[in-house]
Structure formats: C-alpha cells, structure tokens
Design a protein around this ligand. Structure first.
Ligand code: ATP
Ligand code: MG
Length: 179
C-alpha cells in the first residue's frame, strides 16, 4: 500500500478479524482496548459463510448481533462490523479483505500468517493483547456449552441472551450427536 496516498482517516482506522464462535469476554476486552486507541475499528467476522458445525455453530448474522449488542452495552461506538467469507487462497487474502471493508491502515493480529500477509501488502501490523486466554477462548466456550457447565460466565450478557433465544446450546448438542 502506498502510504503517501493514505488519508488521515484511513491511517487511523484499524482492523481485527476473528470468527467469534461465539463472541466472548476476551474478544470484548481486546476490542475495547483497541477501539480506544484508534479513531475507527473494523471488526471482520471471519469464516462468515460457515454455521451449524461444531467449530462454527453460529451464522454470520447471529455473530453480528452478538457483537453489535455487546458493544452497544459497553458503549463502544466507533466500530464497523463486516462479515468476511473465507477464500482459502492466501495470495489474494489481503485484497479480498480490502474489497469487503472500509479503508484501513493498521491491522491487529496474533496469527503469524495473517501478520505476514498484511505486512507484505504494506500495512502496519500490531500484536493484539490477550486477556485471560486460558479461560476466554471460543473453543472453551463451545466445550462448556456442550457439557453444560458455566459457559454463560465467559461471554457478555447480550451473548447469553442471543444464544438462549436461538437455542444455540441445543443446536450445538444436536450437532455433536450428529457428527
Ligand atoms: P476459537 O477457539 O474458536 O479459535 P478464539 O477465542 O481463538 O476462538 P477467534 O474467533 O478465533 O477466537 O478470534 C481470534 C481473535 O480473537 C484473534 O484476534 C485473537 O487475538 C482474539 N482473541 C481470542 N481470545 C482472546 C482473549 N482471551 N483475549 C484477547 N483476544 C482474544
Ligand atoms: Mg482462534
């Protein structure tokens, strides 16, 4: 990317991508911190085309609701939420993302491949801080949903409400029986 042609708004806009299956308190903490550091934060909802599997139980629309309602409750307003489907082709991943989201200048990630791809494309890449990762992880939340012990503590209240409304736990348990 040519930094001389970058607008000020673009330079101060950041991007973070996750699958958010589901959105948990670790996600909320990292987004709160980054959103406070930049003017606008784009949150990409990755693997947007997947739902109804054990690893990706929730639709992009359900995840969009989980994130937007949690951020509204936390009074975080400088966010663009954009679903991004996988393309399974690393060489064109950055241009695919760029085609789906507003202009940005900074990328937050801990994934070495993501960091390399955006770095090679000329973006500023920053590590994203982890919060209590041994407790707050999507995998752990899904495991707890399957086994019925305390998943509700790991996610924001809005996510508890949405998962209950759509019978997300019933969906996950049925999928586990089917797979
Ligand atoms: P899964 O176990 O399903 O992979 P996950 O918790 O790793 O879920 P992802 O949906 O894969 O979450 O999203 C990854 C993004 O979320 C990354 O940017 C990662 O840095 C961030 N993230 C995940 N857990 C935490 C946490 N506890 N604290 C801060 N950031 C987190
Ligand atoms: Mg992950």
């Amino acid at each position: 990317m040519n930094t001389e042609t970058m607008t000020n708004r673009q330079a101060s806009t950041s991007l973070i991508i996750g699958r958010f299956q589901p959105f948990h308190k670790g996600h909320l903490q990292v987004i709160s911190k980054i959103a406070a550091e930049c003017d606008q934060l784009i949150v990409g909802i990755g693997s947007a085309q997947y739902s109804h599997t054990l690893d990706n139980p929730f639709t992009a629309g359900e995840r969009h609701a989980m994130i937007s309602e949690s951020l509204r409750d936390a009074d975080i307003n400088n966010i663009y939420l954009v679903p991004v489907v996988d393309i399974n082709r690393y060489s064109t991943w950055v241009s695919h993302v760029v085609s789906m989201v507003p202009p940005f200048g900074i990328v937050y990630s801990n994934n070495p491949l993501t960091k390399r791809l955006f770095h090679e494309a000329g973006y500023e890449v920053r590590g994203a801080p982890m919060f209590n990762r041994s407790v707050y992880s999507g995998t752990k939340v899904r495991e707890k949903m399957l086994h019925g012990n305390g998943w509700e503590e790991l996610v924001p209240p809005a996510v508890v409400e949405i998962v209950q409304r759509i019978d997300g736990v019933g969906r996950l348990r049925e999928l586990a029986g089917m797979e």
